[in-house]
Design a protein around this ligand. Sequence first.
Ligand SMILES: *[C@@H]1O[C@H](CO)[C@@H](O)[C@H](O)[C@H]1NC(C)=O
Ligand SMILES: *[C@@H]1O[C@H](CO)[C@@H](O)[C@H](O)[C@H]1NC(C)=O
Ligand SMILES: *[C@@H]1O[C@H](CO)[C@@H](O)[C@H](O)[C@H]1NC(C)=O
Length: 312
Amino acid sequence: MATTKFELLVVVIIAFLTLDPWRRNLCLALTQDRLLVAMTLLPNATHAGAMCLDGSPPAYHFHSGTGDGAHNWLLQFEGGGWCNDVKSCEDRASTRRGSTQYMSRYEVFSGILSNDSAMNPADFYNWNRVKLRYCDGASFAGDSEYRTPTIYFRGQKIWNAIIDDLVLKGLNHAEKVLLSGCSAGGLAVFHHCDQLAQLLPEVKSIKCLSDAGFFVDLTDITGNKTARHFYDSLVSLQGTKYFQNKKCMASFEDSVTCFFPQYAIRYLQTPFFILNSAYDVYQVRHGPSMKSQKPNAECFAAVESVNRRNVY
Ligand SMILES: *[C@@H]1O[C@H](CO)[C@@H](O)[C@H](O)[C@H]1NC(C)=O
Ligand SMILES: *[C@@H]1O[C@H](CO)[C@@H](O)[C@H](O)[C@H]1NC(C)=O
Ligand SMILES: *[C@@H]1O[C@H](CO)[C@@H](O)[C@H](O)[C@H]1NC(C)=O
């Protein structure tokens, strides 16, 4: 009976955490002083072609460092899945995932972005901290557009525009820079880590941290390489291939292979820390088990049970 109650409690907590508005309330309850950081919009960046899916200007949130952290910078890519075809990108363009028009103007800086050393006991609480808003649907890596309807795939230009603006705030004189991100933002770290080192040649210490961004090239239980199909359509629609690691791209004939960290990582030169659960919920659901492929129910249940035992 005790086990059942415990399981029920776990299920309730999981349900609690997966519901967005509830999660916000939970954070509200746990966080004494929430640090709200205003959005910096870059309207002029649109002249250089940097825009969200709907053509709105890109944005970031910046909170200055203090004390001995004042010369260090933590950059964090926002995550939030991808869009890989015209329909999904068009849908996304009218949401907060594809347009700064629909985004919150203030972001709560918590966890690694918190300025409270009690909540963020690592080095980072007094660094300059930046959250790069995600509105391109391709982990900041695309550069193309689609006509009728007009959808802009300009993740790479958004990245460049934000870095240019942060350079005006002193990023190029940093002592240390850590580029980080979670999920689709964690994948963005793989694609921009070496680029950052090239953009900031004067900075001595640049390192990267990808959290839950190691999306693997797997065969699902129906024998289909679903993740590869998904990223393949994304790579060709959004035109990411020109910005993927050149040495990696020279080693494979197709454009999608190097979009996977497992192949790209060996060509990266910047120090890199990978944080990933072996039973990453998203990947177990979308990789081997693939709900959309309507697999054998028993097999799906087994995968879900591994999920519950190991992930939460
Ligand atoms: C944007 O560009 C215009 C001129 O094109 C300039 O007057 C304005 O100051 C710029 N705005 C910002 C925020 O840089
Ligand atoms: C965090 O930053 C806010 C706003 O800049 C400031 O009011 C607050 O005192 C800071 N908190 C700590 C713990 O330094
Ligand atoms: C494999 O998955 C892709 C993407 O979901 C789909 O388009 C394709 O038809 C599938 N192939 C097979 C053989 O099931």
